[in-house]
Design a protein around this ligand. Structure first.
Ligand SMILES: [Fe+2]
Ligand SMILES: [Fe+2]
Ligand SMILES: [Fe+2]
Length: 439
């Protein structure tokens, strides 16, 4: 199918993987690079233990993606040991390996890391979670991850304590042999340390390792649908950040596709709108949940923190060759036709068309969804608002085209976003009124 050209290639798929790794780094705030540290240490231990190349690659991806299931949990759940959390939070944290597993199991070509992700909090003595596996029941990769995660975390500063020095870390690890850790894994780690072969963390080292791991795990020829499947998963992860936005990215992508049909734009732009719809709020993953879900008035700093999502997402995408073309969709989707939007206050046709298209779809979906600070408005109210803001908030061409979409189609878009499968709306379902193309 013509329209999936852009999202069918390997570079697009690999780009999504890079974006996911990058955004997971930013999601942890000041824990940035924690996953990368765990990855490098795990790989060094795995290599020393003689694991095959492909399993070393699996270690890298497991290390950076094992906490995907933490997205949407409060910030203190990310940084505090599970034991000090209140009961309710503790249970939710303990569910994260299973949520992470469910996510990675759906990402084409990464299915093999699912068991490592599921078991990265199991303890050698059976005291871990989620399954309480013990000893050699735990996949060896997961045993390596457990040690590397602890060692990396102890060596990093946290809000409640400074970074812990190497000698103390060694004592802590020694004391947990046979309870939390596999003695064999610890032995290998100590051997690396004694011979000063524990890898120093450096962004370029990690970057190189992730390129190699990608080459080891992702085939040269990938299935045409894998990029789209991955795109849908990325959208769900972004939406999972905020309990009020379930299905939002999916709806913005499908509404954007309908709008492209009405506007009669070319395939390339339609494809960019579709992919950009799923990723437009990518930067939200790094906005603190406390700010995103606040019900009261935002102060200046909080407002800036939320607005930052547009630039953060755009910067991540701009640095990734396979996704660079989607960066403007992220950066400019909150600009307004009259220049009153952000981040740059662009006005009129200086706002890229892709962002104007996504902007109106985004605004409609936000209005018709419940938010932490207000209930949903009706379809009629939202449409009325778009009509009255034509030439104000919204560009006239895209707004008038948007108003051509029928009520039934909106209902269908919402239903699709709540059911699995991402097939774009039927191409014949919209009358093409602006066939000459938008100005
Ligand atoms: Fe974890
Ligand atoms: Fe946004
Ligand atoms: Fe949005």
């Amino acid at each position: 199918m013509e329209s999936i050209r852009g999202s069918a290639g390997r570079s697009f798929y690999v780009g999504l993987l890079e974006a996911l790794i990058e955004v997971m780094g930013t999601a942890k705030g000041y824990l940035f690079s924690h996953g990368a540290r765990v990855a490098l240490l795990s790989q060094a231990i795995g290599k020393e233990m003689g694991l095959p190349q492909a399993e070393q690659a699996e270690l890298l991806f497991s290390a950076v993606l094992s906490d995907l299931g933490m997205i949407g949990l409060a910030e203190d759940a990310w940084v505090n040991p599970v034991l000090v959390l209140p009961d309710e939070a503790r249970e939710r944290v303990k569910g994260h390996p299973e949520r992470s597993e469910a996510t990675v199991a759906g990402i084409p070509y990464l299915e093999s890391i699912a068991p490592l992700v599921r078991h990265h909090h199991e303890w050698w003595d059976g005291g871990g979670y989620p399954d309480g596996l013990a000893g050699e029941q735990i996949p060896v990769g997961a045993r390596i991850l457990r040690l590397a995660d602890t060692v990396a975390a102890l060596g990093e500063p946290r809000p409640q304590r400074p970074a812990i020095d190497a000698d103390t870390i060694r004592q802590i690890v020694e004391g947990a042999i046979g309870t939390e850790f596999d003695a064999e894994v610890v032995k290998v780690y100590f051997a690396l340390e004694d011979s000063e072969r524990v890898p120093d963390f450096h962004h370029t080292t990690f970057y190189r390792a992730s390129i190699e791991a990608t080459a080891d795990l992702i085939p040269e020829q990938i299935s045409a649908l894998s990029g789209r499947e991955f795109l849908e998963i990325m959208g769900s992860l972004i939406d999972a950040k905020d309990p009020y936005t379930a299905g939002h990215s999916h709806r913005v992508a499908t509404l954007g596709t309908l709008l492209c049909e009405v506007l009669g734009v070319g395939e390339t732009l339609a494809e960019t709108v579709w992919s950009g719809g799923f990723l437009h709020d990518l930067g939200k993953i790094s906005v603190p949940l406390a700010v995103l879900s606040k019900t009261g008035r935002l102060n200046e700093e909080e407002r800036r923190s939320i607005e930052q999502h547009a630039a953060t997402g755009a910067e991540i995408l701009a640095a990734i060759p396979g996704l660079r073309h989607l960066s403007p969709a992220c950066r400019y989707h909150h600009e307004r036709w009259d220049g009153s939007g952000y981040p740059e206050g662009l006005s009129g046709s200086r706002i890229p068309l892709v962002a104007r298209i996504l902007g109106v779809c985004d605004a409609y979906d936000a209005m018709t969804s419940n938010r932490s600070y207000r209930p949903a408005r009706t379809h009629a109210e939202a449409v009325q608002e778009i009509a009255s803001e034509t030439g104000g908030h919204f560009g006239p061409v895209v707004a008038l085209a948007f108003l051509e979409i029928s009520k039934d189609q909106f209902t269908e878009v919402r239903a699709r976003s709540e059911a699995p499968g991402t097939e774009p709306p039927s191409r014949r379902s919209v009358r093409t009124r602006f066939a000459a193309g938008p100005r």
